[in-house]
Design a protein around this ligand. Structure first.
Ligand SMILES: *[C@@H]1O[C@H](CO)[C@@H](O)[C@H](O)[C@H]1NC(C)=O
Ligand SMILES: *[C@@H]1O[C@H](CO)[C@@H](O)[C@H](O)[C@H]1NC(C)=O
Ligand SMILES: *[C@@H]1O[C@H](CO)[C@@H](O)[C@H](O)[C@H]1NC(C)=O
Ligand SMILES: *[C@@H]1O[C@H](CO)[C@@H](O)[C@H](O)[C@H]1NC(C)=O
Ligand SMILES: [Zn+2]
Length: 962
């Protein structure tokens, strides 16, 4: 899945320092299952849809096979024959949108058994023969299937259970037929509906999101990734609508069913694949297409968007990216077509359904008039991410969800390679350092972090699976794979990858299978490593966190230590490696690249020094290694001096690193906070994007801690002084803001210049924003360049009152362009008027005002505003049980929400409130946000300490810095 709620990614709504840290913890989707509610009721229950003959009464809590979340290994599916009929109109009698379906699965019995367990969730079954919920027949001629004794639905573990009167025979094949009805709800999970307005009417789309465990909400299936099968899909739909699925259309005919004249579209059978990659969509969308080397590529979206040409960019880039991955994997794209579709309601960013990739509109549709360069980059990278999965994930699939990090980490790494292919002038590959490495360092430096790899037995329930879709899996996964690719060399890495894909095609693998294939490539290429791929990578995969490597330039001794943001926090998790890593060290001395080294122990003398020492040492070149670097004070001083005198001699990525490492080492009390602040002194000469972005996201923490205190004034003065030259630089470059900078990074940094200048109250900037916004408001013609819209809207609304807010709200409601709506929705949270913020908070839980998919991020935007912080926290606390129950299934990202509304917490009082919140809601629970609650508590404790220790000296520093 694409990183869902990922707009904060430096490139999302760019340069908005207000929100930079807020979305630090990403959970792409957060399905919180309603079963949580019924957990206490663990008994075999006669469920909706009708239990027929009563199942055996079992003692509670029981340990029957149907109480376990994992399927037994007795049955193996071969193929399914599924027909689904979504109804896109409301049944006014029942008040429901529904779909009906028939399914037949052929499976093989692998071990003799008298029990059939197949996943099923929220489906109502039609009673078939003898009043049972399914019909069982034998495929083997002359064989008779045993009759069904009991059949019932097991709500908690989401099974349809059939207890048989006799045993299924090993190696024999059977058919299981069912007929069922489900709700086509607006819950963004399974088979669901999305609504939008076009030509003044409300239109309904039926679509799916199966990953990780919602295919069972569309039809009964063996819903585990290793249970691969072939799917014969048929969709029933109205004339004038388009039906899509993973395969190509085989035939479409007019039929009359139950008196309805409808269309019946049958699809070619799929390849052997996992259930979570299925997709079924009925809409009245339009498309554009082309063909590349025999592969049909189509972009689908609502008619108005296609007519406006918003699919063109995606269409133009898909072919080249697909070809790139064919070369990269040395493997043909395995399907005849690649459809990509933009949906008005979609929880994650995108989903890699095999042959039919689904996206949020903002992740696929590009319009020059509305989209910023960061919107464009997001489209290129998400397309690359999803296309990368067509092989890595879809062709070869992880055996179980505990290896999710390999799937998502890999796609999150190579998405940069694919995007670079699409836009070679952007230098997009560098940005992984800001968007993934630095971003995940923040989470992985907590004692409550977790290793990349989980044990299979620890990941059982759907909520546990959902919780894995986090920053660790995506961004740390991407970071360590990038490091691996670097020390293996690209040639060996891709060769190992290619043989791995070949070996496991159409099957499943575990992550050590990849290590084995990489090891073969290492041997074939004669690459010299200090240990095996597996042993090196185990230190990064099996223990949480990462090291800080300290280089003492006076002795040449290099040592490592587990980096903890709060040095006093207690690490309870035991590591098999004692928190030591096998660390590749690339370094330079005074601008000259040196022989790379490995650090294989706690400390070693591996850096060769010459006395007397005037040289400076810089390690972790281009931040390819997943670690932070510290130096002796003398070397730090020389680096800071060098930044001031000749910063260009230090590679741009490492300038960003020096700032980020210094600020974080200071937070961990490894170096003084003053030294971290010293790394910002050269910024008045810095024009490059990456160092600025790095500084701004670190200063964001200072804003969070100090924007309610007396440090705020002096800090503002200092930062205004630092950013003014950058502001003037872009003013000149753009001829007084009349042109767009040529470079991609310059476009980003222009936004930083404006947002920071306005944030520090630079008069000229505030005036500029107000003038542009008011021109739009009074003339109805919006001349603000899309790159600048988020920041300009935000500044103008912050400076304005109800009039500005209402104008933006009206524009938000009227725009049909999702990307413009996103910019407005973000900016509406910038107002300084508490009553407007409170009203806006209320809107977030009314789906007619704010789409469910956007509720979490909107609340978090409001919490980022210093005025909105406490309002948002009060709001979430007061509504928790409502939010949790009403927004349960798949529509709410609880982890983001909790981290977002508590990120400013830095007082004892706030800590108490947080602990009270945890205690009071322990009954209801926190679903996918469970870990986030503990992380928030840990973060608050560390903030309290940091403030006590640093307020005085930070105030002094700012007072004397100018
Ligand atoms: C699927 O089911 C339909 C009728 O329900 C039947 O005509 C068709 O032959 C079946 N296909 C397969 C592959 O089993
Ligand atoms: C609405 O639902 C009821 C109850 O299931 C059913 O009898 C009726 O036919 C449905 N109406 C339409 C228009 O489908
Ligand atoms: C399924 O059955 C339950 C209980 O009778 C009912 O409340 C629910 O609306 C039904 N769902 C559908 C989609 O018909
Ligand atoms: C199917 O039915 C629709 C609507 O009644 C009609 O417009 C169309 O021509 C029919 N197609 C065929 C192949 O009969
Ligand atoms: Zn993904």
């Amino acid at each position: 899945m694409g990183k869902g709620f990922y707009i904060g990614k430096a490139v999302g709504i760019v340069g908005i320092i207000l929100c930079a840290g807020a979305l630090a913890t990403i959970i792409a989707l957060s399905v919180v299952y309603s079963q949580e509610k019924t957990k206490s009721n663990n008994q075999v229950s006669p469920t909706a849809g009708g239990t027929t003959a009563n199942p055996p009464v079992t003692p509670s809590p029981s340990n029957e096979p149907w109480d376990k979340y994992r399927l037994p290994k007795t049955l193996v599916p071969d193929h399914y024959n599924v027909t689904l009929w979504p109804r896109l109109t409301l049944n006014t009698t029942t008040g429901l949108y529904i779909f009906t379906g028939e399914s037949s699965v052929e499976f093989k019995c692998a071990e003799e058994t008298d029990l059939i367990l197949i996943h099923s969730n929220k489906l109502n079954y039609t009673k078939l023969e003898n009043d049972h919920l399914a019909r069982l027949t034998s495929v083997n001629s002359g064989d008779k299937a045993p009759s069904i004794k009991y059949s019932w639905l097991q709500g908690v573990t989401q099974y349809l259970v059939l207890q048989l009167n006799g045993k299924l025979v090993k190696d024999h094949r059977y058919h299981l037929d069912t007929e069922f009805t489900g709700e086509l709800a607006d819950d963004l999970g399974g088979f669901y509906r999305s609504e939008y307005q076009e030509d003044g009417i409300t239109k309904v789309v039926a679509t799916t999101q199966m990953q990780p465990t919602d295919a069972r909400k569309a039809f009964p299936c063996f819903d585990e990734p290793a249970m691969k099968a072939i799917f014969y899909i048929t969709l029933i739909h109205n004339h004038g609508t388009v039906a899509l699925s993973n395969g190509e259309v085989k035939e479409s005919s007019n039929v009359t069913i139950e008196g309805h004249n409808v269309q019946k579209t049958t699809f070619e059978p799929t390849e052997k694949m996992s259930t979570y990659l299925l997709a079924f969509i009925v809409s009245d969308f339009a498309f554009i297409n082309n063909t590349i080397d025999g592969v049909l590529i189509r972009i689908f979206a609502k008619k108005s968007a296609i007519a406006a040409g918003q699919g063109e960019y995606a269409l133009n880039k898909t072919g080249p990216i697909l070809k790139f991955f064919e070369r990269y994997y040395n493997s043909r794209y395995p399907l005849p077509k690649s459809d990509q579709i933009a949906l008005p309601d979609f929880n994650a960013g995108a989903m890699e359904n095999w042959g039919l990739i689904t996206y949020r509109e903002t992740a696929l549709l590009y319009d020059e008039k509305f989209s910023s360069n960061s919107n464009k980059q997001r489209i290129a990278t998400i397309i690359a991410h999803e296309l990368a999965h067509m092989w890595f994930g879809n062709l070869v699939t992880v055996k179980w969800w505990n290896d999710l990090w390999l799937n998502e980490g890999f796609a999150s790494y190579v998405e940069y390679l694919g995007a670079h292919e699409a836009e070679p002038d952007w230098n997009v590959k560098d940005l992984i350092v800001l968007s993934d490495v630095h971003r995940v360092f923040a989470v992985d430096a907590l004692a409550s972090s977790h290793p990349l790899s989980s044990r299979e037995e620890d990941i059982q329930k759907p909520a546990q699976i959902s919780e894995l879709f986090d920053a660790i899996s995506y961004s740390k996964g991407a970071s360590v794979l990038r490091m691996l690719s670097d020390f293996l060399t690209e040639e060996a890495f891709t060769e190992g990858l290619q043989t791995y894909l070949k070996r496991f095609a159409f099957g499943n693998a575990v992550y050590t299978d990849l290590w084995d294939h990489l090891q073969m490539a290492v041997i074939a290429h004669g690459i010299n490593l200090p240990d095996t791929v597996k042993n090196i990578m185990n230190t990064w995969v099996l223990q949480m966190g990462f090291p800080v490597v300290t280089i003492n330039t006076t002795t040449g001794v290099v040592s490592q230590e587990h980096f903890l943001l709060d040095p006093d926090s207690e690490v309870t998790a035991v590591s098999p490696f004692n928190y030591e890593w096998i660390v590749p060290i690339k370094w330079m001395k005074t601008g000259f690249i040196q022989e790379p080294q490995w650090l294989r122990s706690k400390s070693a003398t591996i850096i060769e020094m010459k006395a007397p020492l005037t040289d400076w040492v810089l390690a972790n070149l281009d931040v390819v290694g997943y670690y932070r670097v510290n130096y002796d004070q003398g070397n730090w001083n020389r680096l800071v001096d060098h930044l001031k005198n000749n910063h260009k001699l230090i590679p741009v990525i490492n300038r960003a690193q020096l700032v980020d490492d210094a600020f974080n080492l200071a937070r961990a009390k490894i170096i003084p906070t003053e030294l971290a602040l010293d790394t910002t002194k050269y910024l008045n000469q810095e024009r490059d994007y990456m160092p600025w972005e790095s500084a701004l996201s670190n200063l964001d923490f200072f804003y969070l801690m100090f924007d309610r205190s007396e440090v705020y004034g002096p800090m503002q003065n200092y930062l205004r002084n630092q950013v003014t030259p950058l502001f003037d630089y872009y003013k000149n470059m753009t001829d007084d803001w009349s042109k767009v900078p040529d470079g991609h990074m310059d476009q980003y940094n222009q936004v930083n210049a404006i947002s920071m200048a306005c944030r520090t109250d630079l008069e000229e900037c505030l005036l500029l924003s107000k003038t542009w916004f008011n021109q739009w408001r009074t003339t109805s013609e919006n001349k603000i360049h899309p790159n600048l819209r988020s920041t300009v809207y935000c500044n103008a609304i912050a400076a304005g009152g109800a009039q500005e807010w209402e104008f933006a709200w009206t524009e938000f409601q009227n725009t049909t362009i999702a990307i413009e709506a996103d910019k407005l929705r973000f900016s509406l949270a910038c107002t300084k008027q508490p009553w407007l913020l409170n009203r806006y908070l209320e809107y977030t839980l009314i789906p007619g005002m704010i789409r469910k998919q956007d509720a979490t991020s909107t609340i978090v935007y409001i919490a980022n505003n210093v005025v909105g912080q406490s309002l948002a926290w009060d709001f979430v606390r007061a509504r928790w049980s409502y939010i949790f129950t009403e927004y349960g299934g798949g529509s709410f990202s609880f982890s983001n929400l909790i981290n977002g509304v508590t990120q400013r917490f830095s007082t004892e009082f706030e800590l108490q409130q947080l602990e009270k919140f945890k205690a009071e809601n322990s009954e209801i629970g926190f679903g996918s946000g469970t870990l986030a609650v503990d992380q928030s508590i840990e973060r608050t404790i560390s903030n309290i300490k940091w403030l006590t220790e640093n307020k005085e000296n930070v105030l002094n520093w700012f007072n004397t810095a100018l």
